[in-house]
Each structure stands twice: as C-alpha cells, then as structure tokens.
Design a protein around this ligand. Structure first.
Ligand SMILES: [Zn+2]
Length: 380
C-alpha cells in the first residue's frame, strides 16, 4: 500500500496510428531535432526504410546512422548503441520494430541509461505495450528478465503504421493481445490494494487509467478475434486498428499509470523456465496470458469471468497450459521464487500476500483448467 494520496498519469507526447503513418515523423521534427540515429530489426527497418528516408529528406532531417539487426534489450546492447549514437552526435533516436526494440531504443535515448535525447518509436509489430511506456525490461544474455529500467520521460512520438503492422504475421497481434489481456486485472488489483502505478515518479493510479485498462479488455473481447482474422488476410479494418490500439496504447497507458500486478510478476518468473527457449519459443504475451489466468484464480474471480478469459485465449490462439509455454510443474518453485522476491517491483501489488506456494498452486490450476477447456473447445 502506498502512503501518498497523489494520483499520477503519464502518456506519450504524440501517438499516431494508421496506414502511411511512417511519413508522419518529419513534420514533427520540432519535437526531435535534425540528426536521426535509427536502430531496429533488419526486416522492420527494411519495411519502412524507403518512406522514412523520403520523409527525412523532405523535412531536412539528417540520417546520421542506421543500425540494423539489433534484437534484444540487454545492458551490452544499450551501452554499445548509446556510445555509437553519442559518437555520431545524434539529436534523437528512432526505434523501429517490436517490443524489445522499443525497449532498447527507449533505453538508448534515456537520460538515465543512454544519451538523454528525444525518442521516436515506429512500432511495426504490435506485439506488446512497450511503445507507449517510460520503462524498459532489460534481459540478460540468456534472455531471462534482469531488471526494469524506469525513465522520467515518456516517448516523444509513437507511430503505429498499420499498413506495415498488418503485414506482420497475426501471431504477433495475438501475442500483443496476451500482453493487453492482463492490463485490466492488474490495474484493478492496484486500485484495490492502493498500490503505486508503474511510473518512476508515480503515485496512486488515477481512475482514468483504471478505466482505460478496462476499455482495453473490452476491446479485446469485442474485436480480438475479428482483428486476428483480418490480420491473416492483411486487411486493415476498424476491428484490426482497435486491437492494435488496445495492444499498444490502451494497454500501455493502462499498465503504466494503472499499475502492474501478479500477471506480469508471474511472467517475469516464468522467463526462467529452462524449456522456454525451445521452439516454438513463447512470446512475452504468451507468458502474460498464463500469468493473467493465474492472477484471476488467486483473486478468486467469478467462474464466468475466468471462463471468458480462457475461451478468449483459446479463440485467438493464446496458450492456456504450461506445456505451451515450455514450463513444467518442476520448474514452478524456482520460477515463482523470482516472482515472489520481496524486491520485485510490482508482483506484490495484489490485495493479498504473494507467496511461492500460492503462485505454484494457481499455475497448476491454470494448467488443469486450460486442459479441460481446451478439450471442450476442440469438441465444439
Ligand atoms: Zn507486458
């Protein structure tokens, strides 16, 4: 429980979504500067490169360096790219890609861990809510969660070019839905336990943030399945764009100002399951979906709600069993000790004590329910 009565809300300075949005950057250079340092995944950068260069040229922005092929947000990568951006005297950083690139680019631009310059994010894979928040999850070299880096500055510009995102396989949109699925329940847990939100200078969650988190969940339930189907045909529909917004914006605002809870805490623990790196490697949202169901079980939510969440997962293709995320019952005590570490920044934001036993039992129950509902779902 937080002692303060102050409520704090944060948001990116600009959020732009729609087809052709890559070319929305240059005319906002007042927010950024004249010298751009671009980093991202090879394919992501290549998908926007032509339009981005045209846009830069049109608005007199100099591209001082373009670093392709970066992938993970690790301490080594942050330092390497920050040194490079400093040497190139970049005015601002542009990150192009999915969640880990968003996190990496924010760290490189940040005053706390990088060069202290503005940041523009072009999110080509709407697979997490990383674009809109002022924090990054730093992984170690084995891709286990190492720590969370918090920043005072929210992203200056977030661009979600739906003509690009819709080209990405639907599995990424689905992973984003897994991440966004937790937002409502974590925000509600924080509101109930009077826990602080996920901002470095945070306070209590304003009710605006809790309500946005609830809208995020409604959006997934109403549009999630149709959005996935549209994505499979590379069709930009309102349902598709609504879910892309839920994944990136609503989930981002909802978790950051509304607060995180057990679902992401369980995610962090599950990243240490040794089987997780085997193919098909589960994504952030896959682990969060499992964490969400576990949280609902621990909170003893009504059966109808738990069923709605499990059926949603089955309908869009999110995991509902431990097997699907490469975890076994034997991994759970070790993994949940990470979650329940007293220093964990948000796992304890629940209205009850988070203990290893409670988490392990909840995950065993997730697996049992997941198997039972999957069998029912298959027979339909
Ligand atoms: Zn997340």
């Amino acid at each position: 429980m937080l002692k303060t009565r102050v409520k704090v809300m944060a948001a990116p300075n600009r959020y732009i979504i729609g087809p052709g949005a890559v070319k929305e950057l240059g005319r906002r250079k007042m927010l950024l500067g004249k010298k751009a340092f671009v980093l991202g995944g090879t394919r992501s950068i290549e998908s926007v490169e032509k339009e981005m260069k045209e846009d830069f040229q049109e608005h007199g922005i100099e591209l001082v360096h373009m670093e392709k092929g970066v992938r993970y947000c690790t301490a080594r990568e942050i330092n390497r790219l920050a040194d490079m951006a400093r040497a190139k005297q970049a005015d601002f950083i542009v990150g192009v890609g999915g969640g880990s690139i968003m996190d990496l680019a924010k760290a490189v631009a940040s005053a706390e861990y990088g060069i202290g310059k503005p940041i523009a994010l072009i999110n080509t894979i709407p697979s997490t809510d990383a674009p809109c928040s002022a924090l990054s999850v730093q992984y170690d070299e084995k891709h286990v969660v190492e720590k969370v880096l918090f920043y005072y500055r929210s992203p200056d510009i977030v661009i979600v070019p739906t003509d690009k995102t819709v080209q990405a396989p639907a599995k990424w949109l689905v992973a984003g839905m897994g991440d966004a699925l937790a937002t409502r329940f974590e925000a509600e847990a924080c509101a109930e336990s009077r826990s602080g939100n996920a901002l470095i200078d945070g306070g209590l969650p304003p009710f605006t943030a809790t309500r946005l988190a609830q809208l995020c969940y409604e959006t997934l339930i109403n549009y999630g399945y149709h959005a996935k189907l549209a994505n499979e045909r590379q069709a930009i529909t309102e349902a598709y764009e609504n879910v892309a917004q839920a994944n990136t914006l609503l989930s981002g605002l909802g978790f950051e100002s509304g607060g995180l809870g057990a679902a992401h805490g369980i995610h962090d623990g599950l990243t240490a399951a040794p089987g997780r790196m085997k193919a098909p490697k589960p994504e952030h949202g896959d682990l969060v979906a499992i964490g969400t169901i576990a949280q609902l079980i621990m909170e003893n939510r009504p059966k109808a709600l738990i069923e709605e969440v499990i059926n949603f997962c089955l309908t869009v293709g999110l995991p509902v069993t431990l097997e699907e995320i490469g975890a076994t019952f034997d991994d759970l005590p070790h993994c949940m000790a990470i979650t329940c570490n007293p220093n964990h920044p948000y796992a304890h934001n629940e209205p009850f004590p988070m203990t290893v036993d409670r988490c392990v039992d909840a995950l065993k129950a997730v697996d049992a329910l997941g198997r039972a509902y999957r069998d029912k779902f298959m027979r339909r």
